[in-house]
Design a protein around this ligand. Structure first.
Ligand code: GLN
Length: 244
């Protein structure tokens, strides 16, 4: 049977400003895990002043409050387009500062509140201490049922309505250090505090995103060819439960 030609398009939003602690590794992982399967990747970097066009996956990394300020204004201008994309089941992944801007607002210390784009029913307020360290969290819809990564944020994120936690904390602080939740999901919009970067050490989540993106583009579930994840999963497993 002739091999089917598959393609997905990926947008990296504001990498020159929001790309803290190697968040670019998430883009590299998505690209490589597609290419290793013969899935063509169309890639676009979106910078300040660019208009965001239609893609299957939108990725945004983390950053300090100052960089978030610059990006928040740009994202807000394109809020209705991005909301339409969400409702067409496009896949979004926001890491930390990018995740915070997916909600209604981010209130930094002693500064103007930053408008988020409300892709999720959540909000973030700066706390009085930084959460820094390794994180392990349980995710109930993937195998392995763990996510690992590194957090470094003072923002405390609270989820409301239909926006549900992505995972539940085993080690670390996650969304706010109180309710034991980590990250969030609404439709195909995902946010997490896990830097490190996130996807190289959580290949099962990367594949889940690729499957969702293919389903959005082709209107059907398309199973992915298995990859040899020996190295990725041994790295993942070596971090499960580690707090140092
Ligand atoms: N500036 C935000 C905070 O401190 C996000 C930081 C980040 O992206 N690592 O919570």
């Amino acid at each position: 049977m002739e091999e089917r030609h598959l393609k997905i398009s990926i947008a990296h939003l504001y990498p020159k400003l929001l790309n803290l602690y190697g968040d670019i590794g998430n883009i590299i992982t998505l690209k490589k895990r597609c290419e290793w399967r013969g899935i063509e990747v169309e890639f676009e970097e979106i910078n300040i002043g660019d208009s965001i066009k239609e893609h299957d996956i939108y990725f945004i990394g983390g950053g300090q409050d100052k960089q978030q300020e610059e990006v928040a204004g740009e994202l807000y201008k394109q809020k209705s387009f991005l909301t339409d994309e969400r409702d067409k089941n496009a896949v979004f992944l926001g890491i930390c500062g990018g995740y915070q801007l997916f909600g209604h607002y981010y209130q930094p210390h002693n500064k103007e509140k930053l408008n988020g784009i409300s892709l999720m029913d959540s909000y973030t307020v700066a706390g009085d201490k930084r959460f820094i360290g390794n994180v392990t969290a349980n995710i109930d819809f993937l195998t392995p049922n763990t996510l690992v990564g590194f957090e470094n944020h003072s923002g405390l994120t609270y989820l409301q309505g239909e926006t549900k936690p992505l995972a539940h904390i085993v080690v670390g602080n996650g969304n706010n250090g109180k309710d034991k939740t980590e990250g969030a999901r609404y439709k195909n919009v995902f946010g997490t505090y896990l830097h490190g970067s996130f996807l190289p050490k959580n290949p099962h989540f990367a594949d889940y995103m690729i499957e969702l993106a293919l389903e959005k583009r082709y209107g059907e579930k398309i199973p992915l060819a298995q990859l040899d994840d020996t190295i990725e999963l041994s790295t993942h497993n070596s971090l499960v439960g580690k707090s140092y």
